[in-house]
Design a protein around this ligand. Structure first.
Ligand SMILES: [Zn+2]
Length: 320
């Protein structure tokens, strides 16, 4: 089957709506889509990596025959409520990968059969399941409704980035946490709110604590990709520090996506997953700022974002 036939085969009518970018990835859509994948592709493993503040299971998809027994990579989407289009990108990748295992020999010169046998790909499509659902559906019916409205300053949650305790998950890792606290003070942030509050302590939140535990105790994970929006940029260092091999990998990633290499600036430079992986775990880790425009990016951008990311998502397991 050639690549063009394959592209068509990836998006038949019976696929979940999310893959045709007609619906946003709230928790219900996420779980329904994963159920379809589970029914359709018996070789996919779906587990719960952890539980959110509101008690929702945070799903993790594992693809690869040896499931965790061989070199593996981890992709993480939606740390921030307004960035759930990254969950759509990862769901599309999971489907694409599974279709390829089912039907196609090679993608971008990579033997899918080989990839499936020699590498494991773990995908957490949506880490901040509560934050994304709040941003899309608001707080009605939520057990923490009144507290959330107080933290948000109103009932319009369209600018909500944090988890359900008002903690910005990508400032809640143990990397530059104390330095960020000083910056937080300058920004006038002193408690839970829609964005940028780093929490009482590193890994104080169930979402970050469970992800940190997974990474801390996994011997097989050799590289991490974290998807955010927006800017079409790749961050491949932390405070100027870069691990061996990361520079070459980042340049390749830049040529695959057309995204430029950049350094995080201001408050984006503290407490993130990429910073923690590089500084504390010595694990090659990269942040991708997908798409361009103002958050939340419209799902009309999904095709464009995915087409730029696709080669990288298929190739990354062999880059690290
Ligand atoms: Zn983000």
């Amino acid at each position: 089957m050639n690549e063009r036939t394959y592209q068509r085969k990836c998006y038949p009518d019976r696929l979940p709506r999310i893959l045709e970018h007609r619906s946003q990835v709230d928790y219900k859509t996420l779980m329904n889509t994963l159920q379809i994948f589970s029914d359709r592709y018996p070789f996919v493993g779906i587990t719960y990596m952890g539980t959110s503040v509101l008690g929702r299971g945070i799903p993790m998809v594992t693809m690869g025959a040896a499931r965790g027994k061989c070199r593996s990579v981890l992709y993480v989407g939606t740390h921030h409520g307004m960035e759930h289009i990254t969950s759509a990108v990862l769901l599309r990748f999971i489907n694409d990968y599974c279709e390829a295992v089912d039907s196609v020999g090679r993608v971008y010169g990579v033997s899918i059969d080989n990839l499936f046998r020699c590498r494991t790909v773990h995908v957490i499509p949506q880490l901040n399941v509560d934050g994304a659902d709040l941003q899309i559906n608001g707080a009605d019916g939520c057990i923490l409704r009144d507290r959330l409205i107080a933290m948000n300053g109103g009932e319009d949650f369209s600018r909500w980035q944090a988890n359900a305790r008002g903690v910005d998950l990508n400032h809640n890792y143990d990397a530059g946490f104390a330095e960020y606290k000083k910056l937080e003070e300058e920004l006038g942030i002193d408690g839970g709110c829609a964005t940028r509050f780093s929490g009482e302590a590193p890994e104080s939140e169930p979402e970050t604590a469970s992800l940190a535990a997974l990474l801390r105790y996994s011997d097989e994970i050799r590289g991490v990709l974290t998807l955010h929006t927006q800017g079409e940029e790749i961050y491949a260092s932390s405070g100027g520090e870069q691990l061996r091999g990361m520079g070459a990998a980042a340049r390749l990633m830049s040529s695959m996506t057309g995204y430029r290499l950049a350094e995080p600036e201001g408050c984006a430079a503290y407490g993130g997953l990429t910073d923690w992986c590089i500084r504390k775990l010595r694990l090659p880790s990269f942040t991708l700022e997908c798409g361009k425009g103002e958050n939340p990016l419209p799902y009309e951008q999904l095709d464009d974002i995915y087409s730029k990311m696709r080669e990288l998502l298929f190739s990354f397991p062999l880059l690290v």
